[in-house]
Design a protein around this ligand. Structure first.
Ligand code: NOJ
Ligand code: CA
Length: 679
């Protein structure tokens, strides 16, 4: 029997099983993807422990892996379970993103809802809901209200992921002081320790998997701890009390997701995470404005200016006006000003109690700056650095957002600079509690910020955030975030990001959602003097490779003014897209991405490589057949390379069509950017 046929039969099975389910408890249930290639099996063993397994084309991907929940106040839900009911349904829906890496989305999946009930004692029950797509699976616990489980004080989720085949893993450690800002490890899966998600795996047969979560709402972020061999267990981020999560039943957990693709690029093109999030809850979001921005920012990271007041203060009225004029002249939407508000003068790292979110420093005329910005059609991008003191920020939140709302500020960058576990939240008793950045209390905090911002039609860009789980679908003003090592590490240069960093991010962190990476460094100066692992062409390519609806041109303005030919690409490149293709690439080695601008015919291509110079042949079959395009090419020039000449760039044009193939030549640490102008 062919794999396809086996899958098709598997897809039909649950209907038969459902018919039988009312009569007697069954010990297994099955569902397959719409294309019948991915199958999920749920079983209980003879001790009544439940597991799920995932296979693709009949071959195991996730070996049988346990399900269950552990509580702080009542016995765990794990043993003596029986499948007492199962229901399946098919869902096929098309929806549109208001802004995004693509406009048109399709949510096509088969769903299996399995009810597991205890066969002994108080016979508590819960559902596990599986959604199986052609590009992977998601599942969540859905726990009804019932006697003895009115409140869920969750000590741990007993979910497991047992990787069936040997694989290479790309991962960053969990629960380390620097939160999500670590260089990715590339190890055999058996050498992964305690990892954050998304974690990306490539089996020795070349199948790509990414384990993550979707719709992290009122819960703690999930990490993965390797139990033995290739078997991982969920490790929820701790809460502020004994329980990691404390909620009232009924409650549905975030989705646990496993994206599956033969191609690395298939992970990038997967729509699974967004499809598992709830639709837009904000109504009209036409006020959310994707844009490029410049800012009073990079110079602080180079120590040439300060956030604090004094002779080197960056956020002065004159400096802000210079940036607004530059933004207006170059068609950029925003100007970020950091260090505008009172509170930066002491040791602000981890000490947020000094910040005022409404009082500007005396040399920064907030009213005049925002008036000038409005006159120029530019918005100030506000800045709320909290140093992790969420409670202090929340006390000012409504006033802070109202001020920005009144001044026409359309977006705010928030920040939570504090060691992991050192965020501060207010407990129900009014006392301050230390919290993890990804625990339930901070998940709730970020939701409050997003809602308070939405009330003033403001978009939010959190740094040191909670990981992205696709909530931008539900809250389209949650436009982007940091949550990885961004460009700032290259300013410090001790060491900076390695040359493979961006080609790793594409297939790891960026699977979660947009990132405010802040590309566009032309000057290449670093504080330490260490060279940056990039070329100028790579900096241009990042505008296409890294998706973010708020995309910074992060360098000093004079560096753009002195290189107008290369800067033209930064001016031209859009931030909102009709469609996206991940054309070629290998995790941590290189990536070639093409995107068509929203509401337009032009295509843009970005390619980045690691330390190895490489040439990639890219067929242009994504272009419209029969149409001619002028390719404006920005490539690594003669002698380019991150250790050699980072600035060597060649800019040239060629006429091309869909039948052509371009040869993308990249230097060590380099890249290439192309705009295809449609005729
Ligand atoms: C860390 C952010 O990532 C960075 O962009 C910002 O400049 C500093 N915090 C200060 O808020
Ligand atoms: Ca940061």
């Amino acid at each position: 029997m062919s794999n396809r046929l086996a899958g098709l039969l598997a897809a039909l099975l649950p209907l038969a099983a459902f018919a039988a389910s009312a009569a007697e408890p069954r010990s297994s249930a099955r569902i397959a993807s719409p294309d019948a290639r991915i199958t999920v099996d749920v079983t209980t063993d003879n001790e009544g422990r439940a597991s799920y397994a995932v296979s693709r084309d009949g071959r195991p991907v996730i070996a049988p892996s346990r399900l269950g929940l552990m509580f702080t106040d009542v016995p765990k839900l794990e043993r003596n379970l029986a499948i007492t009911a199962q229901r399946s349904r098919t869902h096929d829906e098309r929806w549109e993103q208001p802004w995004g890496e693509r406009r048109r989305m399709r949510d096509h999946h088969n769903e299996l809802r399995v009810t597991l009930a205890e066969t002994t004692g108080s016979k508590r029950r819960f559902d596990v809901v599986f959604r199986v797509f052609d590009d992977g699976i998601g599942f969540r616990y859905d726990i009804p209200g019932q006697a003895g489980l009115e409140r869920l004080s969750i000590a741990e989720e007993l979910t497991e992921f047992d990787i069936a085949d040997p694989a290479t893993a790309w991962w960053i450690p969990a629960f380390e002081w620097n939160r999500e800002e670590y260089i990715y490890h590339r190890t055999p899966v058996e050498e992964v320790g305690l990892a954050q998600t998304p974690i990306t795996l490539r089996t020795n047969d070349g199948l790509h998997l990414a384990i993550h979560e979707a719709a992290l709402v009122d819960y703690s972020g999930m990490n993965l701890t390797r139990a033995e061999g290739r078997r991982f267990k969920a490790a929820l981020t701790p809460g502020t009390g004994a329980a990691k999560v404390d909620v009232a039943a009924p409650f549905a957990t975030p989705w646990r997701t496993i994206q599956i693709s033969e191609r690395a690029g298939g992970l990038v093109e997967s729509q699974l995470i967004l499809n598992l999030n709830a639709p837009n809850a904000l109504g009209d979001v036409s006020w959310v404005r994707p844009m490029k921005y410049v800012g009073i920012w990079w110079e602080m990271h180079l120590d040439r200016k300060t956030w604090a007041s004094g002779s080197k203060h960056g956020a002065t009225t004159a400096h802000a006006i210079r940036h607004i004029d530059f933004a207006a002249e170059n068609g950029f939407g925003g100007v970020l000003v950091e260090g505008w508000n009172v509170g930066w003068d002491g040791d602000w790292f981890g000490n947020g109690e000094t910040f005022s979110f409404t009082r500007p420093y005396p040399d920064f005329d907030l009213e005049a700056v925002t008036r000038h910005a409005r006159e120029k059609g530019v918005t100030l991008i506000g800045h709320h650095e909290t140093s992790g003191h969420a409670a202090h920020y929340e006390a000012q939140l409504d006033d802070a957002m109202a001020l920005y709302g009144r001044l026409g500020v359309q977006a705010v960058k928030t920040g939570y600079v504090a060691d992991a576990g050192q965020a501060k939240v207010r407990g129900d008793d009014g006392a301050l509690r230390y919290a993890w950045h990804e625990g339930q209390a901070m998940v709730r905090h970020h939701q409050r910020v997003v809602e308070a911002a939405a009330a003033q039609r403001i978009s939010v860009n959190p740094h040191e955030p909670v990981k992205d789980t696709g909530l931008r679908r539900t809250y389209p003003n949650l436009v982007t975030r940091e949550g990885a090592r961004g460009m700032e590490y290259n300013a410090w240069g001790q060491p900076g990001n390695p040359p493979e960093h961006e080609a790793t991010l594409v297939y790891t962190r960026l699977l979660a959602g947009p990132m405010d990476f802040t590309p566009g460094i032309f000057g290449m100066d670093t504080k330490s003097g260490a060279p940056m692992a990039t070329t100028l062409a790579k900096q241009l390519a990042l505008y296409v490779v890294i998706y973010s609806p708020l995309q910074m041109a992060a360098d000093l303005l004079e560096h753009y003014e002195s290189r107008p030919e290369a800067f033209r690409f930064v001016r031209d490149v859009p931030v909102d897209w009709e469609e996206t293709r991940a054309l070629d690439g290998a995790v941590g080695e290189y990536a070639v991405i093409a995107r068509r601008e929203r509401g337009g015919d032009d295509w843009y291509l970005g390619a980045v490589t690691d330390d190895s110079a490489r040439t990639v042949a890219v067929p242009l079959d994504f272009l419209e057949p029969g149409r001619r395009y002028t390719a404006q090419i920005y490539r690594d020039g003669d002698g380019a390379g991150w250790r050699a000449d980072a600035h060597a760039i060649a800019i040239e044009t060629r006429e091309v069509g869909a039948g052509d193939t371009v040869s993308i030549v990249m230097a060590s640490g380099g890249g290439q950017a192309i705009r295809f102008v449609a005729h």
